[in-house]
Design a protein around this ligand. Sequence first.
Ligand SMILES: Nc1ncnc2c1ncn2[C@@H]1O[C@H](COP(=O)(O)OP(=O)(O)OP(=O)(O)O)[C@@H](O)[C@H]1O
Ligand SMILES: [Mg+2]
Length: 364
Amino acid sequence: MALNCGIVGLPNVGKSTIFSAVTSAPAEAANYPFCTIKPNVGIVTVPDARLDKIVELIPPKKVVPAVVEFVDIAGLVAGASKGEGLGNQFLASIREVGILAHVVRCFEDPDIIHVNNKIDPAGDIETINIELALADLETVEKRLAKQMKLVRTNKDAAREVPLLEKLKAELAEGHPARGLILEDEDKDVVRDFHLITMKPVIYVCNVDENSISEDNEFVKVVRKIASADRSQVVVISGKLESEISAMESAEDRKEFLEASGLEESGLNQLIRTAYKTLGLRTFFTAGSDEDRAWTIRQGDTAPKAAGVIHTDFERGFIRAEVYNCNTLFEMGSEAKVKEAGKLRVEGKEYVVQDGDIMHFRFNV
Ligand SMILES: Nc1ncnc2c1ncn2[C@@H]1O[C@H](COP(=O)(O)OP(=O)(O)OP(=O)(O)O)[C@@H](O)[C@H]1O
Ligand SMILES: [Mg+2]
């Protein structure tokens, strides 16, 4: 289960610039609205210092880090859900992602066109959120019409209809579906609707180089809006990030980051925030063939984690041999971890902890 993240925002706010910088993939970035007309998908490896250390202590033939997939789509404008601009065609490509990065223009630059000729983060955010809500409204209305016909004969339909009606009312107001308070079992039903506004959002403020270390007035506005809907904010300078990603050596990048007053790159911030928001955890497998990082959800049990590797592993799960990577770092080798009796045998109920190194026993 790799994390995937869809990038949304108005045209020309810097989505492709940030996408290219984080994925180092050559998405077209140009100073004219609607420059992106094909969805771009980029894969980024998740930087994880723990995996680097594991590789030192348990040297494998191959190292496989966790990955995050980014989807860059065309800018959305008011009316996108009704076919204005090009964005509506791309809403479909973000229905399946786990989280949205909503890029907001927070820099002044007379040379870079803003579709509404005004830097107005609050207005921009509202425009996008309304379009996403209207796109979901369409999805909900279609499903409601279908399920209404089946409501007397079909149990699922009967269960869905009141939920769909609630969602319809919320979305028609331009409010995101995630604002609706739902029972846990209803959440499972709603998840299957693949609503865009059900996904958590990270607001990405695209700022000028000088506003990285101190919030400018635009960022302050975004923070207010985000805290009202309990979303996270990441401040990135698209321009700076592209300069950083263009540097070949990791050494140079580190130096440049420090000189710009940054502790970590925008990519790292974004990934860290996404993991936190979604409650994601990392576990590792390590051995002579491959050291690898895997992504799971907080609370996932050992069989579930095994299933991320292969569905057979989940079905045929017998037990797991587990120790935390910190124990390995303390002891210096897997043999010493075993000697010290720190390798535990865990069963089906075991909840995998962040940083666990797991060996699965299974039969198929
Ligand atoms: N932080 C920044 N400071 C100054 N200029 C920037 C910054 N970020 C992006 N730009 C510039 O803004 C322009 C638009 O960027 P980009 O093409 O990434 O926008 P977009 O959101 O992908 O647009 P579209 O919706 O049309 O695909 C480019 O010229 C880019 O170099
Ligand atoms: Mg673009």
